[in-house]
Design a binder for this molecule. Structure first.
Ligand SMILES: *Cc1c(COP(=O)(O)O)cnc(C)c1O
Length: 361
Protein backbone atom coordinates (compact mmCIF):
# COMPACT_ATOMS: atom_id res chain seq x y z
CA UNK A 1 0.00 0.00 0.00
CA UNK A 2 1.39 3.39 -0.91
CA UNK A 3 1.00 6.41 1.32
CA UNK A 4 -1.23 9.15 -0.16
CA UNK A 5 0.10 12.64 -0.83
CA UNK A 6 -1.35 14.62 2.05
CA UNK A 7 -2.39 18.25 1.49
CA UNK A 8 -4.74 18.49 4.49
CA UNK A 9 -4.58 21.70 6.53
CA UNK A 10 -4.61 19.96 9.91
CA UNK A 11 -4.23 17.42 11.29
CA UNK A 12 -1.73 17.07 8.55
CA UNK A 13 1.15 15.20 7.01
CA UNK A 14 3.67 13.39 9.23
CA UNK A 15 6.85 11.80 7.91
CA UNK A 16 6.24 8.16 6.94
CA UNK A 17 9.47 7.25 8.76
CA UNK A 18 7.99 8.71 11.98
CA UNK A 19 4.73 6.78 11.53
CA UNK A 20 6.74 3.59 11.01
CA UNK A 21 8.86 4.21 14.10
CA UNK A 22 5.70 4.75 16.16
CA UNK A 23 4.28 1.52 14.77
CA UNK A 24 7.45 -0.39 15.60
CA UNK A 25 7.43 0.81 19.23
CA UNK A 26 3.66 0.86 19.75
CA UNK A 27 3.19 -2.42 21.65
CA UNK A 28 6.56 -2.67 23.39
CA UNK A 29 8.22 0.71 23.82
CA UNK A 30 11.98 0.19 23.52
CA UNK A 31 11.90 -3.12 25.38
CA UNK A 32 10.05 -1.76 28.44
CA UNK A 33 7.35 -4.39 28.00
CA UNK A 34 4.62 -1.74 27.77
CA UNK A 35 3.30 0.68 25.22
CA UNK A 36 4.29 4.25 26.01
CA UNK A 37 0.59 5.21 25.99
CA UNK A 38 -0.16 2.81 28.87
CA UNK A 39 2.82 3.95 30.92
CA UNK A 40 2.64 6.44 33.81
CA UNK A 41 3.52 9.99 32.89
CA UNK A 42 5.63 9.92 36.09
CA UNK A 43 7.68 6.94 34.85
CA UNK A 44 11.33 7.13 33.86
CA UNK A 45 10.43 6.08 30.29
CA UNK A 46 7.98 8.91 29.72
CA UNK A 47 10.10 11.37 31.72
CA UNK A 48 12.89 10.85 29.23
CA UNK A 49 10.57 11.42 26.25
CA UNK A 50 9.14 14.59 27.82
CA UNK A 51 12.52 16.08 28.62
CA UNK A 52 13.90 15.15 25.22
CA UNK A 53 10.95 16.85 23.48
CA UNK A 54 11.52 20.05 25.47
CA UNK A 55 15.26 20.02 24.86
CA UNK A 56 14.72 19.53 21.14
CA UNK A 57 12.28 22.46 20.95
CA UNK A 58 14.81 24.66 22.77
CA UNK A 59 17.67 23.55 20.56
CA UNK A 60 15.96 23.56 17.16
CA UNK A 61 14.02 26.80 17.68
CA UNK A 62 16.93 28.51 19.46
CA UNK A 63 14.75 29.41 22.45
CA UNK A 64 16.63 31.85 24.72
CA UNK A 65 17.16 31.00 28.43
CA UNK A 66 14.65 33.63 29.58
CA UNK A 67 11.75 31.79 27.91
CA UNK A 68 9.89 28.74 29.25
CA UNK A 69 8.61 26.00 26.96
CA UNK A 70 5.19 24.62 27.89
CA UNK A 71 3.11 21.77 26.48
CA UNK A 72 -0.53 22.51 27.30
CA UNK A 73 -3.35 20.13 26.37
CA UNK A 74 -6.23 21.56 24.38
CA UNK A 75 -4.76 23.13 21.27
CA UNK A 76 -4.52 26.72 20.10
CA UNK A 77 -8.19 27.45 20.74
CA UNK A 78 -7.68 27.02 24.49
CA UNK A 79 -4.92 29.64 24.20
CA UNK A 80 -7.50 32.06 22.77
CA UNK A 81 -9.05 31.85 26.29
CA UNK A 82 -5.94 31.48 28.44
CA UNK A 83 -4.20 34.53 26.99
CA UNK A 84 -6.92 37.08 27.84
CA UNK A 85 -7.78 35.38 31.15
CA UNK A 86 -4.14 35.70 32.24
CA UNK A 87 -3.23 39.09 30.75
CA UNK A 88 -6.48 41.03 30.26
CA UNK A 89 -8.64 40.48 33.35
CA UNK A 90 -9.41 43.47 35.55
CA UNK A 91 -10.16 46.07 32.87
CA UNK A 92 -6.89 45.82 30.94
CA UNK A 93 -6.49 46.55 27.22
CA UNK A 94 -4.70 44.70 24.41
CA UNK A 95 -4.08 45.32 20.69
CA UNK A 96 -5.18 43.01 17.90
CA UNK A 97 -4.47 42.64 14.20
CA UNK A 98 -7.42 41.10 12.34
CA UNK A 99 -6.07 39.26 9.33
CA UNK A 100 -8.48 36.37 8.79
CA UNK A 101 -10.50 33.59 10.37
CA UNK A 102 -8.11 32.62 13.15
CA UNK A 103 -7.21 36.09 14.39
CA UNK A 104 -10.90 36.94 14.44
CA UNK A 105 -11.62 33.90 16.61
CA UNK A 106 -8.84 34.86 19.03
CA UNK A 107 -10.20 38.42 19.05
CA UNK A 108 -13.78 37.31 19.79
CA UNK A 109 -12.58 35.43 22.89
CA UNK A 110 -10.32 38.27 24.10
CA UNK A 111 -13.21 40.75 23.82
CA UNK A 112 -15.24 38.70 26.27
CA UNK A 113 -12.55 39.21 28.92
CA UNK A 114 -11.21 42.74 28.45
CA UNK A 115 -10.78 45.76 26.18
CA UNK A 116 -9.47 45.09 22.70
CA UNK A 117 -8.12 47.80 20.46
CA UNK A 118 -8.16 46.80 16.78
CA UNK A 119 -4.91 48.09 15.26
CA UNK A 120 -5.56 46.63 11.81
CA UNK A 121 -8.58 45.02 10.16
CA UNK A 122 -8.23 43.56 6.66
CA UNK A 123 -11.99 43.43 6.10
CA UNK A 124 -11.88 45.91 3.18
CA UNK A 125 -9.50 43.67 1.22
CA UNK A 126 -11.28 40.46 2.28
CA UNK A 127 -8.19 39.49 4.30
CA UNK A 128 -6.01 39.01 1.22
CA UNK A 129 -3.27 41.44 2.30
CA UNK A 130 -1.30 42.40 5.39
CA UNK A 131 -0.26 45.85 6.54
CA UNK A 132 3.32 47.11 6.36
CA UNK A 133 4.51 46.19 9.89
CA UNK A 134 6.43 49.47 10.22
CA UNK A 135 3.11 51.39 10.10
CA UNK A 136 1.69 49.58 13.13
CA UNK A 137 1.89 50.94 16.68
CA UNK A 138 0.83 49.45 19.97
CA UNK A 139 -1.41 51.60 22.17
CA UNK A 140 0.15 52.99 25.37
CA UNK A 141 -0.35 50.72 28.38
CA UNK A 142 -1.51 47.80 26.24
CA UNK A 143 -0.96 44.38 27.88
CA UNK A 144 -0.05 42.66 24.61
CA UNK A 145 -0.22 42.93 20.84
CA UNK A 146 -1.69 39.89 19.08
CA UNK A 147 -0.62 38.64 15.65
CA UNK A 148 -1.50 35.46 13.72
CA UNK A 149 1.68 34.70 11.80
CA UNK A 150 0.00 32.56 9.14
CA UNK A 151 -3.70 32.61 8.34
CA UNK A 152 -4.27 28.96 7.50
CA UNK A 153 -7.59 29.49 5.70
CA UNK A 154 -6.85 32.72 3.83
CA UNK A 155 -3.28 31.69 2.92
CA UNK A 156 -1.50 34.88 4.02
CA UNK A 157 1.67 34.99 6.10
CA UNK A 158 3.54 37.78 7.89
CA UNK A 159 7.08 38.15 6.54
CA UNK A 160 8.21 40.77 9.08
CA UNK A 161 7.10 42.03 12.50
CA UNK A 162 6.05 45.40 13.90
CA UNK A 163 8.10 47.25 16.50
CA UNK A 164 5.74 47.52 19.46
CA UNK A 165 8.24 48.92 21.99
CA UNK A 166 7.51 47.74 25.53
CA UNK A 167 4.27 46.03 24.54
CA UNK A 168 4.94 42.28 24.13
CA UNK A 169 3.82 40.63 20.90
CA UNK A 170 1.88 37.40 21.42
CA UNK A 171 1.85 35.40 18.22
CA UNK A 172 -0.34 32.50 17.11
CA UNK A 173 2.09 30.42 15.01
CA UNK A 174 -0.15 27.36 14.79
CA UNK A 175 0.25 26.84 11.06
CA UNK A 176 3.81 27.97 10.48
CA UNK A 177 5.76 27.18 13.63
CA UNK A 178 9.02 25.37 12.82
CA UNK A 179 8.71 26.43 9.16
CA UNK A 180 11.34 29.18 9.52
CA UNK A 181 13.66 30.64 12.20
CA UNK A 182 11.87 32.56 14.98
CA UNK A 183 13.30 35.96 16.07
CA UNK A 184 12.52 35.56 19.78
CA UNK A 185 13.64 39.11 20.60
CA UNK A 186 10.43 40.31 18.90
CA UNK A 187 8.02 38.21 20.99
CA UNK A 188 6.75 37.97 24.57
CA UNK A 189 5.00 34.71 23.84
CA UNK A 190 4.34 32.43 20.91
CA UNK A 191 1.93 29.53 20.76
CA UNK A 192 0.87 26.86 18.30
CA UNK A 193 -1.50 23.92 18.15
CA UNK A 194 0.69 20.88 17.49
CA UNK A 195 -1.20 19.31 14.60
CA UNK A 196 0.10 21.30 11.63
CA UNK A 197 3.90 21.28 11.60
CA UNK A 198 4.81 19.57 14.86
CA UNK A 199 2.93 16.31 15.33
CA UNK A 200 -0.50 14.89 16.15
CA UNK A 201 -3.27 16.99 17.70
CA UNK A 202 -3.91 17.22 21.44
CA UNK A 203 -1.87 20.10 22.77
CA UNK A 204 -0.29 23.46 22.14
CA UNK A 205 3.36 24.41 22.41
CA UNK A 206 3.62 27.70 24.31
CA UNK A 207 6.93 29.55 24.55
CA UNK A 208 6.68 32.39 27.05
CA UNK A 209 9.14 34.98 28.38
CA UNK A 210 9.79 34.94 32.12
CA UNK A 211 8.53 38.50 32.70
CA UNK A 212 5.21 37.53 31.09
CA UNK A 213 4.81 34.77 33.67
CA UNK A 214 5.18 37.40 36.40
CA UNK A 215 2.24 39.31 34.90
CA UNK A 216 -0.23 36.40 34.88
CA UNK A 217 -3.52 36.86 36.69
CA UNK A 218 -2.84 35.61 40.26
CA UNK A 219 -6.40 34.29 40.60
CA UNK A 220 -6.41 31.75 37.81
CA UNK A 221 -7.55 28.18 38.36
CA UNK A 222 -4.59 25.80 38.19
CA UNK A 223 -4.84 24.46 34.65
CA UNK A 224 -5.44 27.90 33.15
CA UNK A 225 -2.42 29.41 34.92
CA UNK A 226 0.76 29.55 32.81
CA UNK A 227 2.85 29.75 36.00
CA UNK A 228 1.58 26.35 37.15
CA UNK A 229 2.58 24.72 33.86
CA UNK A 230 5.97 26.46 33.99
CA UNK A 231 6.73 25.50 37.60
CA UNK A 232 5.75 21.86 37.00
CA UNK A 233 7.50 21.67 33.61
CA UNK A 234 4.20 20.76 31.93
CA UNK A 235 3.67 17.79 34.24
CA UNK A 236 1.13 19.39 36.60
CA UNK A 237 -1.46 17.00 35.21
CA UNK A 238 -1.34 14.16 32.67
CA UNK A 239 0.04 15.54 29.43
CA UNK A 240 -0.98 14.10 26.03
CA UNK A 241 1.87 11.61 26.17
CA UNK A 242 1.35 10.08 22.74
CA UNK A 243 1.30 13.41 20.91
CA UNK A 244 4.38 14.70 22.72
CA UNK A 245 6.22 11.47 21.93
CA UNK A 246 5.26 11.66 18.25
CA UNK A 247 6.32 15.32 18.12
CA UNK A 248 9.72 14.39 19.57
CA UNK A 249 10.28 12.03 16.64
CA UNK A 250 9.40 14.80 14.16
CA UNK A 251 11.80 17.12 15.99
CA UNK A 252 14.60 14.53 15.83
CA UNK A 253 14.11 14.36 12.09
CA UNK A 254 14.20 18.15 11.64
CA UNK A 255 17.38 18.29 13.71
CA UNK A 256 19.02 15.54 11.65
CA UNK A 257 18.07 17.34 8.45
CA UNK A 258 19.76 20.60 9.35
CA UNK A 259 17.34 22.65 11.43
CA UNK A 260 15.12 25.63 10.67
CA UNK A 261 17.24 27.42 8.06
CA UNK A 262 17.23 24.28 5.95
CA UNK A 263 13.51 23.75 6.58
CA UNK A 264 12.78 27.33 5.50
CA UNK A 265 14.77 26.88 2.30
CA UNK A 266 12.85 23.72 1.41
CA UNK A 267 9.50 25.33 2.22
CA UNK A 268 10.22 28.29 -0.06
CA UNK A 269 11.27 25.94 -2.83
CA UNK A 270 8.04 23.96 -2.44
CA UNK A 271 5.69 26.95 -2.39
CA UNK A 272 7.48 28.59 -5.34
CA UNK A 273 6.79 25.53 -7.51
CA UNK A 274 3.04 25.97 -7.04
CA UNK A 275 2.97 29.78 -7.23
CA UNK A 276 5.03 29.67 -10.44
CA UNK A 277 2.57 27.28 -12.09
CA UNK A 278 -0.31 29.55 -11.01
CA UNK A 279 1.42 32.69 -12.28
CA UNK A 280 2.14 31.09 -15.64
CA UNK A 281 -1.36 29.66 -16.08
CA UNK A 282 -2.80 32.74 -17.86
CA UNK A 283 -5.40 33.08 -15.16
CA UNK A 284 -6.55 29.45 -15.15
CA UNK A 285 -5.40 29.23 -11.53
CA UNK A 286 -5.97 32.47 -9.63
CA UNK A 287 -4.62 33.47 -6.25
CA UNK A 288 -6.72 35.95 -4.27
CA UNK A 289 -3.67 36.75 -2.13
CA UNK A 290 -1.34 39.74 -2.47
CA UNK A 291 1.98 38.45 -3.85
CA UNK A 292 4.07 39.93 -1.03
CA UNK A 293 2.30 37.95 1.70
CA UNK A 294 1.68 34.61 0.01
CA UNK A 295 1.92 31.80 2.52
CA UNK A 296 4.64 29.17 2.21
CA UNK A 297 2.41 26.77 4.17
CA UNK A 298 -1.13 27.08 2.77
CA UNK A 299 -1.41 27.85 -0.93
CA UNK A 300 -4.95 28.92 -1.85
CA UNK A 301 -6.21 29.17 -5.41
CA UNK A 302 -9.43 29.37 -7.39
CA UNK A 303 -10.51 28.43 -10.91
CA UNK A 304 -13.15 29.84 -13.25
CA UNK A 305 -16.02 28.13 -11.47
CA UNK A 306 -16.91 25.75 -8.69
CA UNK A 307 -17.59 22.84 -11.05
CA UNK A 308 -14.03 22.97 -12.31
CA UNK A 309 -12.66 23.13 -8.76
CA UNK A 310 -14.76 20.11 -7.75
CA UNK A 311 -13.46 18.15 -10.71
CA UNK A 312 -9.89 19.16 -9.89
CA UNK A 313 -10.24 17.91 -6.32
CA UNK A 314 -11.87 14.65 -7.46
CA UNK A 315 -9.26 13.90 -10.12
CA UNK A 316 -6.45 14.72 -7.70
CA UNK A 317 -7.97 12.34 -5.17
CA UNK A 318 -8.04 9.58 -7.78
CA UNK A 319 -4.28 10.16 -8.08
CA UNK A 320 -3.86 9.78 -4.30
CA UNK A 321 -3.54 13.52 -3.66
CA UNK A 322 -5.89 14.31 -0.80
CA UNK A 323 -7.01 17.37 1.14
CA UNK A 324 -7.03 19.92 -1.72
CA UNK A 325 -10.50 21.32 -1.13
CA UNK A 326 -10.49 24.89 0.22
CA UNK A 327 -11.98 25.61 3.65
CA UNK A 328 -15.80 25.56 3.58
CA UNK A 329 -15.91 29.25 4.57
CA UNK A 330 -13.96 30.49 1.53
CA UNK A 331 -14.32 27.73 -1.11
CA UNK A 332 -11.75 27.25 -3.89
CA UNK A 333 -8.77 24.98 -3.43
CA UNK A 334 -5.97 24.89 -0.91
CA UNK A 335 -2.73 22.94 -0.89
CA UNK A 336 -1.27 22.80 2.60
CA UNK A 337 2.39 21.99 2.16
CA UNK A 338 3.75 21.75 5.68
CA UNK A 339 7.34 20.84 6.59
CA UNK A 340 6.85 17.08 6.43
CA UNK A 341 5.37 17.05 2.93
CA UNK A 342 8.11 15.79 0.59
CA UNK A 343 9.18 17.95 -2.33
CA UNK A 344 8.30 15.05 -4.65
CA UNK A 345 4.63 15.30 -3.58
CA UNK A 346 4.60 19.00 -4.52
CA UNK A 347 6.19 18.13 -7.86
CA UNK A 348 3.42 15.58 -8.43
CA UNK A 349 0.81 18.24 -7.64
CA UNK A 350 2.20 20.85 -10.03
CA UNK A 351 2.47 18.25 -12.78
CA UNK A 352 -1.17 17.41 -12.24
CA UNK A 353 -2.11 21.13 -12.20
CA UNK A 354 -0.47 21.58 -15.61
CA UNK A 355 -2.11 18.43 -17.01
CA UNK A 356 -5.51 19.48 -15.73
CA UNK A 357 -5.19 22.94 -17.24
CA UNK A 358 -4.21 21.46 -20.61
CA UNK A 359 -7.17 19.10 -20.55
CA UNK A 360 -9.60 21.89 -19.72
CA UNK A 361 -8.32 24.67 -22.01
C1 LIG B 1 -5.55 25.32 13.37
C2 LIG B 1 -5.37 26.68 13.92
C3 LIG B 1 -5.89 27.07 15.17
C4 LIG B 1 -6.75 26.15 15.99
O1 LIG B 1 -6.03 25.15 16.58
P1 LIG B 1 -6.74 24.02 17.52
O2 LIG B 1 -5.54 23.27 17.98
O3 LIG B 1 -7.67 23.27 16.64
O4 LIG B 1 -7.44 24.72 18.61
C5 LIG B 1 -5.62 28.34 15.63
N1 LIG B 1 -4.89 29.20 14.91
C6 LIG B 1 -4.39 28.88 13.69
C7 LIG B 1 -3.59 29.88 12.95
C8 LIG B 1 -4.61 27.62 13.16
O5 LIG B 1 -4.12 27.29 11.97
Amino acid sequence: MSHAKNFYAGPSVLPVSVLEEIQKDMVDYKGSGLSLIETSHRSAEYGQVHKNAMNLVREIFGVPDNFKILFIGGGATLQFSMIPLNFLSGGKTCDFTLTGTWSKKAYADAKKVGNVNVVYDGKDNSYTRLPDPSTLKASPGSSYFHITSNETIGGIQWKDWPDTGDVPIICDMSSDIMSRPIPFEKFGMIYAGAQKNLGPSGFAVVIIRDDMLEKCNPNMTAFLDYKVHAEKESLYNTPPVFSIYAMSLVLEKVKAEGGLKEVEKRNKEKSKLIYDVMDKSNGFYKSPVDVSVRSDMNVVFTMANEELEKEFVAQAKAKQMVGLKGHVSVGGCRASIYNSLPLSDVVALVEFMQEFQKAKS
